[in-house]
Write a protein that binds this ligand. Structure first.
Ligand SMILES: [Zn+2]
Length: 206
């Protein structure tokens, strides 16, 4: 494998841009370094970049070549050097030292985390809806039953989105749930509830 292929499989456009100090928004947009760009009009993807303002486009090597005014070979060498990619090592070793697309992997982990927390909460709500349902119309409603009625559908929807929606929608949803603290506070609460249940289940020693 030549240095161009090695570099391209090891470093994403996003990683390179970030490494060289380009400020990137959460949606992968940045101010184009190749024209006088006041508002972010360049989209950085993993494999390529595209500027909606000046039309600049290319792969990670083109990006670095343009950024530092190098030819393609010099740009590939710079990337290999800056990211610790040794062109003489077999691809397996290079792949081990720099995982491909760690950003995507990090997202996947975050997404699985969200799914797990939502799923735990969903099971809890399903139990509550049965366990704490009023037996007669005169019964005061148990808070847990009320919560189950109010939240079940919403949580079910979220879990469905994370399982079936397109990647872009999933990324937005995970982002929202993590940023607004939904997942972390749910997780805290589930842990607390579990502790309470566990301590009630312990046999009492007289
Ligand atoms: Zn541009």
């Amino acid at each position: 494998m030549n240095i161009f292929a090695r570099v391209k499989e090891s470093v994403t456009v996003l990683q390179a841009a970030e490494h060289y100090g380009v400020k990137i928004q959460r949606n992968g947009m940045c101010r184009c370094p190749f024209h006088d760009d006041r508002h972010p009009s360049m989209k950085l993807n993993e494999d390529y970049f595209y500027c909606f303002g000046c039309g600049a486009t290319g792969d990670v090597i083109d990006f670095v070549a343009k950024l530092f005014d190098l030819n393609s070979y010099e740009a590939a060498q710079k990337l290999a050097y800056d990211f610790g990619i040794d062109p003489d090592k077999p691809p397996a070793a290079a792949a081990l030292s720099k995982p491909k697309y760690p950003l995507a992997r990090a997202f996947r982990q975050e997404e699985m985390h969200c799914q797990r927390v939502l799923c735990d909460y969903l099971h809890l709500l399903e139990n509550w809806k049965v366990q704490y349902a009023p037996e007669t119309p005169e019964d005061t409603l148990d808070g847990r039953f009320v919560e189950a009625c109010q939240m079940l559908e919403y949580i079910e929807n979220l879990a469905d989105i994370l399982t079936f929606a397109e990647l872009e929608v999933r990324v937005k949803t995970v982002d929202m749930l993590s940023k607004d603290g939904t997942i972390s506070s749910l997780e805290e609460r589930l842990k607390r509830l579990k502790k309470e249940v566990d301590s009630h289940e312990e046999p009492e020693i007289a």
